[in-house]
Design a protein. Structure first.
Length: 452
């Protein structure tokens, strides 16, 4: 079972400690949009950077890209999104609640909505009130807008609903400029937008969110092996950064849930407080996208294979993850309430590489020499890490505050430090304290805060 934390607890911690705020809150909020506060931006940045490190920096065969968010309708007609990126929308005739019909089927979203309800004839009923539902209507999830001053068909543009298409329509640009050979990948991190019918569960499903996607182009025939390879790689990435193994699983899609372009897809899923949910999908998109863009643009998007002297259209394996959803998952998985003496401490056992603040420097008293030395220590450490300096309230309260945001190490500067030039380091998880010379602090922390 997932950690026992409730979403209310996580939402309240996020607001109280500056991770995530409801957007436009002073105006009453704006449905399902959120702002990342001072600690949230650090957390999200760590997630992105660690993904980028594993997927681009440490690999010979992947390069990066940042494509535009706004795109002409031609791109989305070619990709199939204009006609196919739809969800089946049903309304309750009684309570007016709106649902995705596919979510209401047995086994799909029971943890969120309760058991599926049907009438005597087997027709789906509203999970909220048992009322009759309208027939499903296709609802396109893309945000449409107009570019320029005239709002006509020619000026229609869309906010991208996935980052992937930027990699496909830039395939030849990357191939030519980077002199790549198959297999190779193009990776991108950035915002995507979907007009979700039922956003919810905090930042799990929002209309504006951030994705981390990589399109890995391979020779047809090698696609099944590469698909298995990327499923395993991606699963390991979550484990490496501390997600508990019992809360993670790989789930292959059944034939009828596969996207129209996909030969096979497996999801990495996490057991959220409301049940299992997708963290990342790893799809074999075949040569669908390159073929479509070649057809619609009239440009050649094939690859010349030097070995066989043939032009081929590569197959694509796509690991597609959500950065914002992953950041939430790290928070949920790390959350713990632990007995400590006669109190309960709230602690986030975040992997040091994920933790928003790496080190806190805490003078034992506000006396000037201690404050000065502490600030000096903090200043040095700031050149390498995100550091908080905190001198207010008792040392116990300050430790608690740092535990609650997952800071791996607290450094206490005491009167003795003025004599022996040493400080105490407290470990968040074990709460053990050791004395370290200030001169050795940086190299010691370097070892403890290593990314691997
Ligand atoms: P779902 O079935 O949950 O709607 P999906 O299968 O449509 O997701 P993909 O198109 O595969 O999602 O997108 C890849 C990843 O992007 C997802 O695994 C998820 O982490 C993230 N993602 C997709 N939609 C959202 C959203 N509305 N809010 C936050 N993250 C999202």
């Amino acid at each position: 079972m997932a950690s026992n934390v409730t979403m209310d607890t996580i939402v309240s911690l996020c607001k109280r400690r500056g991770f995530v705020f409801p957007s436009s809150e002073i105006y009453g909020g704006f449905g399902s949009t959120y702002d990342y506060g001072p600690l949230g931006v650090e957390l999200l940045r760590n997630v992105r950077n660690l993904w980028w490190r594993a997927m681009v920096q440490e690999r010979e065969d992947v390069v990066g890209l940042e494509a535009s968010i706004l795109g002409p309708s031609a791109v989305w007609e070619a990709s199939g999104h204009v006609s196919n990126f739809t969800d089946p929308l049903v309304d309750c005739k009684n309570c007016r609640m709106r649902w995705r019909e596919d979510h209401l089927l047995e086994g799909n979203y029971e943890a969120e909505y309760g058991a599926t309800k049907r009438d005597a004839a087997g027709k789906l009923l509203c999970p909220n009130c048992g009322g009759e539902l309208t027939d499903p209507r296709k609802f396109n999830m893309m945000f449409k807008t107009f570019v320029g001053v005239v709002e006509d068909t020619a000026s229609v543009a869309y906010l991208r609903p996935e980052t992937a298409q930027g990699m496909f329509y830039n395939f030849s640009n990357v191939l030519g400029s980077m002199r790549r050979k198959l297999p190779f990948g193009i990776a991108q991190v950035g915002k995507s937008f979907r007009n979700e019918i039922t956003p919810g569960n905090f930042v799990f499903r929002t209309r504006e969110f951030e994705q981390m996607e990589m399109e890995f182009f391979v020779k047809p025939g090698s696609d099944d092996d590469w698909h298995s390879y990327w499923i395993e790689e991606r699963f390991q990435w979550y484990l490496k950064y501390g997600i508990k193994k019992e809360n993670l699983r790989i789930r292959p899609h059944t034939k009828d849930e596969l996207s129209f372009y996909s030969k096979a897809t497996s999801d990495v899923e996490y057991e959220f407080p409301w049940g299992w949910g997708e963290l990342e999908g790893i799809a074999n998109r075949t040569n669908y996208d390159l073929t479509q863009h070649a057809k619609h643009s009239g440009k050649d998007l094939s690859y010349f294979d030097e070995e066989t002297k043939e032009h081929i259209v590569p197959y694509v394996i796509e690991p597609a993850a959500g950065a914002t959803r992953t950041a939430l998952t790290f928070l949920i998985d790390a959350y713990a309430e632990e007995p400590d003496k006669d109190e309960t401490r709230i602690v986030l056992h975040l992997h040091p590489a994920i933790a928003p603040v790496k080190v806190a420097v805490l003078p034992l008293s506000k006396k000037e020499p201690l404050v000065n030395l502490s600030k000096e220590v903090a200043k040095k450490l700031r050149r390498k890490w995100v550091v908080q300096y905190d001198e207010s309230q008792s040392i116990g309260k300050r430790y608690r505050r740092q535990d609650e945001i997952g800071t791996p190490f607290c450094i206490t500067v005491d009167f003795q430090s003025l004599e022996d030039n040493a400080v105490t380091i407290r470990d968040r998880d074990t709460m053990e304290q050791i004395r370290v010379p200030i001169a050795e602090l940086s190299s010691m922390l370097e070892g403890k805060l290593a990314l691997d």
